[in-house]
Design a protein around this ligand. Structure first.
Ligand SMILES: Cc1cc2nc3c(=O)[nH]c(=O)nc-3n(C[C@H](O)[C@H](O)[C@H](O)COP(=O)(O)OP(=O)(O)OC[C@H]3O[C@@H](n4cnc5c(N)ncnc54)[C@H](O)[C@@H]3O)c2cc1C
Length: 563
């Protein structure tokens, strides 16, 4: 039996980030990935080699913001392993049916000037709005970059300017209470409070809904970050596609002696006397882990599918039932469309500029349309009578992703995993069939073509992936690419459940990482890095832990000017 210090289940970007930190600390690591391509929801693939050779597609993630709120890229020196980020500017374009449009630039000032063309008051409010969310983001980022229950780690991440921002947003009692009030309201509440214009509110609501809930959902006001981060730290894409981040991580993992085996579906975690000692993959091969098994798949899949019930029950008799029933899933996921294009789409009615296509293109005609787009999936309906969508022409920023002069189109359309009234039919009983997914894709493309009349004639080939197919490809429960819904009740020290929120589980040597752990889904690498820190801390003698705590306190005191 092959033996490693650590075996990681899944080579998503978080599994790879975690592996990189462990390898750098001197541990031997094996990653086992079920697909033939590592990267999970962060791959770039030539997925239509016959109809569209030479066109490369980001099958899932495209825009990277969160990773720039943390130190992963710099600490792992990913530039040295081939990663180059290209920054988007403009960052977002949203045409409105009334002829107005929202064009967001990297610069807040330039964005305000665009808004002022249509509404002077909203332009002024926009600058204040973004300043507030940026201060808040700066104030809470230290918590993202540390295990949620490790006060010492969190405090160690605060510099003077982050403390200033924290106290700035908290202020006195009333200000603090008002901040709490803000955080428990919905994106729609906040947008109505700040702005008047639909052409501005609708795209901001659409971006806030990237957290996976409708804009009216209370407690996710934080979704406002999705626009604020486009100004700072900015929105970027790896040159060559999101998969280039994974390639850089793989280069690093291999350079440090790590092993990545693909087409290895882990079917069981081996537990011996209450301790995780390895895994077995389909086909029966077993791999032993001397120190830990780390799961890049979420707790629900891990414990309900890969661990024997008696092993869990003897560690925590309530865990299985809590994972099964307490974790919520609102049924929303994505129908993904990728197209190879002979030419780039043109927004003729909006004084077309190629620059509009650099960032994300949103079809968000009104707050109502966005609300329907994100509320209908939760009751199993497909919101395709008037589709809202998030589209990107990646080749406008990075022409290397298609043959010369040609383009690609990436469309994300939110849709239910389980279609109402179609239970037990289609793929995995979800109701999704080839016929249904293509009909929905036709409607989505018809809608986009209302804005870009040259679109349909330019499509060379297209690939449509239904929510059921996406779920099967990622292995994600109900196609949830965030592993668990990103609602407040499942965030920070509540993610996935309070008792397993610090990357450790009740089974010794079995740890969790990935989107289903703090701070959640998206391309950030933070769950991978935080989990590695928890593992490494658990391997250190107590004296070293105290020494580290002392260092953190000293750094904090220094940043506050106390020493
Ligand atoms: C269409 C789409 C668009 C998105 N766009 C963005 C975006 O623009 N920006 C952004 O920040 N985020 C985006 N996301 C979300 C983001 O891609 C994910 O949240 C993130 O990639 C999750 O990474 P992870 O490493 O935690 O998990 P995953 O990527 O899910 O990795 C888990 C890995 O485990 C493997 N696995 C599963 N089961 C097993 C098993 N039994 N044995 C072995 N291996 C197994 C999987 O194959 C996978 O490789 C998007 C997601 C989708 C679906």
């Amino acid at each position: 039996m092959q033996t490693y210090d650590v075996v990681i289940i899944g080579a998503g970007h978080n599994g790879l980030v975690c592996a990189a930190y462990l390898l750098k600390a001197g541990y031997s690591v094996l990653l086992l990935e079920k697909r033939s391509v590592p990267g999970g929801a962060a791959t770039t693939e030539e997925c239509m080699p016959e109809e569209a050779p030479g066109f490369k597609f980001n099958l899932c993630a495209i825009d990277h913001e969160f990773i720039h709120l943390g130190p992963v890229v710099e600490e792992l020196e990913l530039g040295q392993y081939g990663l180059e980020y290209l920054y988007c500017d403009p960052v977002v374009f949203c045409p409105n049916p009334d002829g107005k449009y929202f064009l967001g630039h990297h610069s807040v000032e330039k964005t305000c000037a665009e808004i002022a063309r249509f509404n002077q008051r909203d332009a002024q409010k926009y600058a204040e709005y973004i300043a507030f969310w940026q201060r808040l983001t700066n104030a809470i980022t230290p918590m993202f970059n540390a295990p949620p229950k490790s006060i010492i780690d969190i405090l160690g991440n605060y510099s003077l300017n982050k403390f200033q921002d924290l106290f700035g947003v908290l202020g006195g009692v009333d200000k603090t209470l008002d901040l709490i009030r803000t955080m428990i309201t919905s994106p729609a509440d906040i947008l109505d409070e700040w702005f008047d214009s639909e052409f501005l509110k609708a795209p901001l609501a659409r971006l806030a809904s990237e957290f996976g809930s409708p804009p009216s959902q209370k407690t996710i006001a934080i979704g406002a970050m999705m626009m604020s981060m486009r100004h700072n730290p900015g929105m970027a894409r790896p040159k060559g596609g999101t998969g280039a981040l994974v390639t850089a991580l793989l280069n690093l993992v291999k350079a440090k002696g790590g092993t990545v085996l693909t087409e290895q579906v882990v079917e069981k975690v081996l537990i011996d006397d209450g301790r995780a000692v390895g895994v077995r993959v389909e086909g029966g091969t077993e791999y032993r882990a001397n120190h830990a098994v780390i799961s890049n798949i979420d707790a629900k899949r891990l414990f309900l599918q890969l661990v024997d019930a008696p092993d869990i029950d003897s560690a925590d008799p309530e865990l299985r039932e809590r994972l099964d029933r307490r974790i919520v899933n609102n049924n929303e996921t994505i129908l993904k469309i990728d197209c190879a294009l002979s030419e780039a789409p043109r927004f003729e009615r909006y004084n077309h500029q190629d620059d509009y296509l650099i960032g994300s293109v949103l079809i968000a005609d009104s707050m109502r349309q966005v609300e329907i787009a994100h509320s209908e999936p939760s009751v199993g309906n497909i919101p395709d009578s008037d589709p809202s969508m998030y589209a990107v022409v990646p080749t406008m920023l990075d022409p290397s992703m298609a043959p010369d002069g040609k383009h690609t189109l990436w469309i994300e359309f939110f849709a239910p995993y389980q279609v109402a009234g179609a239970e037990g039919t289609g793929l995995n009983g979800t109701g999704w069939t080839d016929d249904l997914k293509n009909k929905v894709a036709d409607r989505v493309i018809d809608k986009l073509a209302e804005y870009t009349p040259n679109l349909k004639q330019s499509i060379i080939a297209r690939r449509v992936e239904s929510p059921a197919e996406l779920g099967a490809r990622l292995g994600a429960y109900k196609g949830n690419y965030y592993h668990l819904d990103m609602t407040l009740d499942q965030m920070i020290f509540l993610r996935p459940l309070p008792e397993i929120a610090n990357y450790k589980t009740p089974i010794d040597g079995l740890l969790l990482t990935g989107a289903g752990t703090h701070p959640g889904g998206s391309i950030s690498g933070m769950p991978g890095r935080n989990c590695a820190r928890v593992f490494l801390a658990s391997q250190k003698p107590l004296a070293q832990t105290f020494a580290k705590a002392g260092k953190s306190m000293k750094a904090m005191a220094k940043s506050l000017g106390l020493v």
